[in-house]
Design a protein around this ligand. Structure first.
Ligand code: AMP
Length: 478
């Protein structure tokens, strides 16, 4: 399949050619023609699947086609109206921005990434401007962006509501609404904001909702806000992370963990890495420590101002930062091809965050390595992740860094993810089979199966995975 066969406008095909994409991804192949035909979409696909282009290309196509019709009819866009008013010497009155497309994202990082991708895909589209309206951005800057009356608005829900309520944005001409990573927005407690925003848009809009899952609360909201949607479920290799090698290293204590991390960061094959921590303070402390140890490290977390976050991400993109030490604020939305390694210094609170974290490596079909440094007491949480991903994570041990407690003792009887049946082709143990010389894997492919059932709901799991922030359910609670 080619992009030409999807029926996209020539200006967009030109931009795609510049990006170097040759073939549409699975989600693009299914979503683009349906969206061009005007269908609402409910898409279950994850980061790395090419979902941004899946909703942005058909939208840009629609605007390009409409702009041609406008030329024929000699009509004027709102911006042209303003310019005409200015040339007639009239002082343009304050007008609310009237975007034609709104993309809602859970995080600022993802919003900026969507805007950057849109700029790329619209490089040859006339009269299309995309801006991000985000919390943390100075208010005058936001007003300046809105005064340009952008066709495409990419926003996080909270800040958008502020502007709607003060009359700075008018959605009466909105044609396309996209909810990107809708599950995450609901997890973050944005449901009321989303409902308010949706209610302010025209009923005849086109709605495209992207989410890792279409079950539960997301599913019911999705069905409420869409009209006879086409449901697309993609289990891409990026979703399954087949190109990402995963490993667990057991550690005895913090000092063992730090020594092991330092060692692993010196891996010759490492280009750039993200180290995920549970707390902002740890992100700062570890980044400082790694800098002193000679790594070009930087921290990224939610306490930093947006400007500082952007500068850090720019330095990462330019390769000046080799090791980013981040909280889950970076688990989604960072798309830097040079990231070869992801380290879970702390395991994430929720199994789905593990999937997003490791998806920072292995971008655009490259290979990646994801290593979790795990305390013995946390092995139950590794099992939860394995059940969620339906993949086993092999345990690895490096000579000189062996944990005192044997990995066999910690992980036997053998671990099989839920859904595993005898005779399954899926490998157990060191399924990647590529331990380097000097490394030993203690996973036992043939050990006796563990009985499934009670083991996942224990106290340790509850404390770490329980519904700590009230509106988020852990995998174990589903
Ligand atoms: P996304 O899932 O939208 O975050 O995209 C993941 C990565 O895939 C980004 O780096 C995109 O630039 C890249 N990408 C998107 N579509 C394609 C395609 N058709 N071919 C190759 N790379 C793509």
């Amino acid at each position: 399949m080619t992009f030409e066969s999807l029926g996209l406008h020539t200006s967009i095909l030109r931009a795609i050619a510049d990006t170097g994409y040759t073939t549409p991804t699975a989600v693009q192949a299914q979503a683009v023609p349906a969206a061009i035909a005007g269908r609402d979409l409910l898409v279950s696909s994850q980061t790395g699947s090419g979902k941004t282009a899946a909703f942005m290309l058909p939208a840009l196509h629609k605007f390009a086609a409409a702009s041609e019709n406008l030329n024929v009819a000699n009509g004027k866009t709102p911006n042209q109206e303003r310019q005409s008013a200015r040339s007639r010497g009239e002082r343009p009155r304050f007008q609310a921005a009237k975007p034609k497309m709104l993309v809602l994202t859970p995080t600022r990082e993802l919003a900026l990434q969507v805007t950057t991708a849109t700029d790329k895909y619209s490089a040859y589209s006339r009269r299309v401007k995309a801006v991000s309206i985000l919390g943390g951005m100075p208010y005058p800057k936001q007003m300046q962006l809105l005064s340009r009356n952008p066709e495409i608005l990419v926003a996080t829900p909270g800040r958008l509501i502020d502007h709607m309520e003060s009359g700075k944005i008018d959605f009466s001409e909105l044609e396309i609404l996209v909810l990107d990573e809708a599950d995450r927005m609901l997890d973050m407690g944005f449901i009321e904001d989303i409902e308010k925003i949706v209610a302010a848009t025209p009923e005849n809009r086109q709605t495209m909702l992207f989410s890792a899952t279409l079950d539960g609360v997301v599913g019911s909201m999705a069905r409420r806000i869409t009209n006879e949607p086409l449901i697309i479920q993609i289990a891409s290799s990026a979703t399954k992370h087949e190109n990402i090698q995963q490993k667990v290293h057991f550690v005895d204590d913090l000092s063992h963990k730090n020594r092991l991390l330092d060692h692993l960061l010196r891996d010759q094959s490492l280009d750039q890495a993200v180290v995920f921590t549970a707390t902002k303070r740890d992100a700062d402390t570890i980044a400082d420590r790694l800098n002193i140890a000679g790594f070009a490290a930087a921290a990224l977390h939610g306490d930093m101002h947006q400007g500082a976050r952007n500068r850090t991400l720019d330095s990462l993109r330019r390769g000046q930062v080799r090791v980013l030490v981040a909280t889950d604020v970076a688990a989604r939305g960072i798309d830097v091809p040079g990231i070869t390694h992801v380290f879970n210094y702390d395991l994430p609170k929720f199994p789905e965050d593990y999937v997003h974290r490791i998806g920072r490596t292995g971008r655009a079909g490259r290979k990646g390595l994801a290593v979790s440094l795990v305390n013995h007491a946390e092995s139950i949480n590794v099992k939860r992740i394995e059940r969620f991903t339906k993949q086993l994570i092999p345990v690895d041990v490096i000579e000189g860094f062996e944990p005192k407690k044997s990995a066999i003792a910690m992980r036997s009887p053998a671990r099989k993810p839920s859904g595993w049946k005898p005779g399954d082709k899926r490998k157990t143990g060191n399924s990647f089979g590529n331990s380097k010389p000097g490394q030993r894997s203690f996973s036992k492919p043939n050990a006796a199966p563990r009985s499934e059932g009670g083991g996942y709901a224990g106290g340790a799991a509850k404390s770490r995975f329980g519904d700590a922030n009230g509106n988020r359910r852990s995998f174990g609670d589903r």
